[in-house]
Design a protein. Structure first.
Length: 369
């Protein structure tokens, strides 16, 4: 990912987490299949992220964090049925490790505090012929349990601006076709869609025309997903509180259709990052306010690794001293905050405690204990 800091930036996103892959997977296939595994990069020292080669690591004060607004009484009804629980996909690197290490002294902590929690399922490999069946396998299994899955389409062309998480569809026409097939697997039940992490916040590497084309394709993707499953909730990339200013991010989101209820249910922040929940709540509300659109639009926050906040020195690669954050839930009791989710699975490396995207029991235990 580019130097976009904490970015969700390409890698953030992708290094992340459960991935529903084509065919049988080996022990290292739980992460998204990308040309090279994604890695989190340091936050940019300026509001707009640039490529890693050009952006220095910012100081702790490089970008002021907006403070959260007071939590007004929640007037919106819960956007996802409160009685429903989030779905835990049974196929992941962390579950593989737990099953294979019954005698490891770290196992109980890792299992109870991470492996047993629901997390997102990523679809990062461009395989149009099988994507419908693989999405359907996840959504149908969730529906059978009466639970809500979280799925992550991650195949937009020029993903990660050619950085560590590059890959995706060869062009937007192919991507549009892939999204059509992805949508066909959603079924008719509730599902949360985290649409293309980094695709909006990290778009400055594109020309003005390329950016407009990408945003048009993302707006179309939201419409297709919601038309295919009226119960699907689609959220768009808002970066995080130390990336783009809220007004700039809202402008980009608007161009990508995030203000339209035909395409969008709101925004997501902090994917694969470490920023505190309170900072993300304040930032998300600022973005939503600047975005406009119906008051039904909300936000979800990735809380998978933000228990201690972001490192003061800007370290992004498996930084020490981090902890898991709030458990995934669809009931935040915060105005316009629809869910806290684990979009990145804690324990999957950014590239320092293992190859990018691989599971590190050492890091998982450090985060969980």
């Amino acid at each position: 990912m580019v130097a976009a800091a904490s970015v969700v930036v390409a890698v953030g996103s992708a290094t992340g987490v459960l991935s529903a892959l084509d065919g049988h997977r080996s022990s290292d296939e739980a992460g998204p299949t990308v040309t090279s595994s994604p890695r989190l990069l340091p936050l940019p020292a300026v509001p707009t992220p640039t490529t890693a080669s050009a952006s220095p690591s910012p100081s702790a004060s490089a970008s002021p964090k907006p403070r959260p607004e007071p939590s007004p009484t929640r007037k919106r009804t819960e956007t996802v049925a409160a009685a429903h629980l989030l779905y835990r996909h049974p196929d992941s690197q962390i579950l593989d490790w737990v099953r294979a290490h019954p005698g490891d002294s770290r196992r109980a902590v890792i299992e109870s505090r991470i492996a047993d929690r629901p997390a997102a399922v990523w679809f990062a490999d461009f395989t149009p012929s099988t994507i419908t069946a693989r999405v359907r396998a996840v959504t149908s299994a969730a529906a059978a349990q009466g639970r809500v899955p979280v799925v992550v389409p991650y195949a937009v062309p020029q993903r990660d601006c050619g950085g560590a998480s590059d890959g995706g569809a060869p062009d937007l026409a192919a991507y549009d076709g892939w999204i059509d097939r992805f949508a066909a697997g959603l079924g008719s039940g509730e599902v949360v869609v985290i649409l293309e992490p980094d695709a909006i916040a990290q778009s400055d590497c594109l020309s003005e025309g390329e950016q407009a084309d990408r945003f048009a394709s993302l707006a179309r993707a939201g419409r297709v997903l919601k038309a295919a499953d009226p119960k699907a909730r689609v959220y768009y990339d808002a970066g995080h509180s130390d990336w783009n200013p809220a007004a700039k991010q809202a402008s980009l989101l608007d161009q990508a259709g995030a203000a339209s209820p035909r395409s969008s249910d709101g925004i997501f922040t902090n994917v694969s990052n470490f920023h505190r929940t309170a900072d993300e709540i304040g930032y998300a509300r600022q973005v939503l306010s600047a975005l406009g659109g119906p008051t039904s639009l909300g936000a979800v926050v990735d809380t998978s690794r933000n228990g201690n906040g972001a490192p003061a020195d800007g370290e992004w690669c498996d930084p020490a001293g981090r902890k898991i954050g709030q458990a995934p839930t669809l009931n935040t009791h915060e105005s316009r905050i629809d869910a806290y989710l684990w979009v990145k699975l804690p324990g999957e490396s950014d590239g320092c405690k293992g190859s990018p995207g691989s599971f590190s029991a050492e890091y998982a235990y450090e985060l969980a204990r």
